[in-house]
Design a protein around this ligand. Structure first.
Ligand SMILES: *[C@@H]1O[C@H](CO)[C@@H](O)[C@H](O)[C@H]1NC(C)=O
Ligand SMILES: *[C@@H]1O[C@H](CO)[C@@H](O)[C@H](O)[C@H]1NC(C)=O
Length: 461
């Protein structure tokens, strides 16, 4: 390409007899032949009022680094529901939600593979998510920003990304004022350094420039963000407005478990690659497929309807959270022996011979569990090769677990585990009767009245 420039410059000189700095041209040589006037008029380009850019607002957000994958998915739903509402407000129609890259989450413990800078498309079907509201990957935001900030994005060095308003949210010390929980927010002095807040974005693009930095105590649902943006933001919408919400987990759901919640949740279909790996595993181990299991799964989530007739494959799934739950939650976490006894009882009751285990337990514990359940087929998913592990990552393996569990005849989960809750939701979407889904392990197998997870059935209207 470069070699054509001297020729182009000569033609321009011939036509305009002006000294031309061709580095500031915003067109490629081939465009030159189509529109040589624009190409030769170089820096005057910006003076002409070309309506080349629709005013756009980008809302970026990040979650406290210590939060795990499954809670982050929940924070996404709060933001997505908010975004859909926001885009209906005058002046906000062209707002986009920028998805925070996934980077080295706590529970992603395989440290021999690269688990940084992962896109949402790695785990989810973005096209399906976009049928709920306008979301884009971080990389796309950087590209769009660059294109806007350099006019063409071709001849200038990469500019820092400007964030017009950065809001770092924190909780109020006292949630209840005179015993009442009220929605409110209030600016406070800032103390901590910024880079700790947004490791995902920062890693991807280290050169953020922040115009206005606000530390805000925040209490309330996502819609309250709108009041905050209005209060601190500019009066007139600029061409590009970039807003960053740090610690977005502080924001609550507008209405947890209502129709909006479930639409956003249903739109979060998993990536096709992960689904096909899980499907192959189901077919091979359990002779299970969507048709045979009578689950509801139209091509688009927008075609899903109330349905309760799913049957599931001929296997039970147990999600058995171990690791840190053994310490922090030993009062509710069963021993392996007790968990095995509870699984066995259910298998016999349902006349099933196969069980799928989703667990963060080490291989030795898994073998113990198999020994306790010797008369049954006990399996779990492990990547078939190092290359596949490299491709899937810990997050992808967790999702494959969730897909397989969501298709089982019967599911038992762990008390107060967000991983378990995501499986409950998936099964609600697929249309299982509630009693086959909302089950919780007890600490002791003989307990009949132990604490159970909440039941949040799907809502369609
Ligand atoms: C993540 O992205 C940043 C910026 O593109 C890059 O410098 C860094 O090396 C990436 N990290 C990994 C592990 O790919
Ligand atoms: C799988 O299921 C189908 C339909 O229920 C059945 O016809 C077939 O024999 C099964 N295959 C095996 C290997 O069990």
């Amino acid at each position: 390409m470069k070699s054509k420039w001297p020729l182009v410059a000569l033609v321009c000189l011939f036509l305009r007899t002006e000294a031309i700095d061709y580095r500031s041209w915003s067109c490629e040589p081939y465009e030159f032949f189509l529109d040589f006037y624009r190409c030769c008029s170089e820096s005057k380009l910006s003076e002409r009022s070309e309506p080349s850019w629709t005013p756009t607002t980008y809302v970026l957000y990040e979650v406290n680094p210590s939060e795990g994958f499954n809670l982050r998915r929940d924070v996404y739903i709060r933001m997505a529901v908010f975004m859909r509402g926001l885009r209906r407000m005058p002046g906000w129609e062209n707002t986009k939600l920028v998805l925070p890259p996934w980077s080295e989450l706590h529970h992603w413990r395989s440290n021999t593979i690269n688990q940084r800078n992962l896109t949402w498309g790695h785990f989810f079907d973005l096209e399906s998510m976009r049928k709920f509201t306008e979301v884009i990957e971080a990389e796309q935001f950087f590209r769009e920003f660059e294109r806007w900030s350099t006019g063409s994005g071709r001849h200038e060095a990469r500019k820092p990304v400007s964030i017009n308003e950065y809001y770092r949210l924190t909780h109020f010390d006292d949630m209840f004022e005179n015993g009442v929980f009220v929605d409110k927010f209030e600016q406070t002095p800032c103390t901590k350094a910024l880079t700790k807040d947004a490791p995902g974005f920062m890693r991807l693009h280290a050169t953020f420039e922040i115009d206005d930095f606000y530390c805000v105590r925040f209490q309330g649902a996502a819609t309250l963000l709108y009041s905050m943006f209005k209060k601190f933001g500019p009066e007139r919408q600029p061409e590009i407005r970039t807003i960053f919400v740090g610690n977005a987990e502080v924001v609550l759901h507008d209405h947890w478990g209502n129709v909006d919640y479930w639409e956003a949740r249903r739109s979060m279909r998993f990536s096709k690659t992960l689904v096909s790996i899980a499907d192959e595993f189901r077919l091979h181990n359990f002779n299970s497929s969507n048709e045979r299991d009578r689950v509801q799964r139209p091509t688009s989530w927008t075609d899903e309807r109330p349905y309760r007739k799913a049957k599931g494959g001929d296997f039970l799934c147990a999600h058995l959270r171990r690791a840190d739950f053994l310490y922090g939650r030993d009062k509710t976490t069963p021993t392996l022996h007790s968990a095995a006894a509870q699984i066995k009882k259910k298998l016999l009751e349902l006349g099933l011979r196969k069980v799928y285990i989703s667990s963060d337990c080490p291989g030795m514990e898994f073998n113990d569990l198999k020994n306790y359940l010797r008369r049954f087929k006990v399996v779990r998913f492990t990547p078939e090769s190092r290359a596949q592990m490299d491709q899937l990552k810990d997050g992808g393996v967790a999702i494959i677990d969730q897909i397989i569990c969501s298709q089982a005849r019967y599911f038992i989960g762990t008390y107060e585990s967000t991983f378990t809750y995501r499986i409950y939701e998936e099964r609600e979407i697929l249309g299982f009767p509630r009693d086959l889904t909302f089950n919780t392990f007890c600490k002791h197998e003989e307990a009949t009245n132990c604490e159970k997870n909440a039941v949040w059935p799907i809502q369609y209207e």
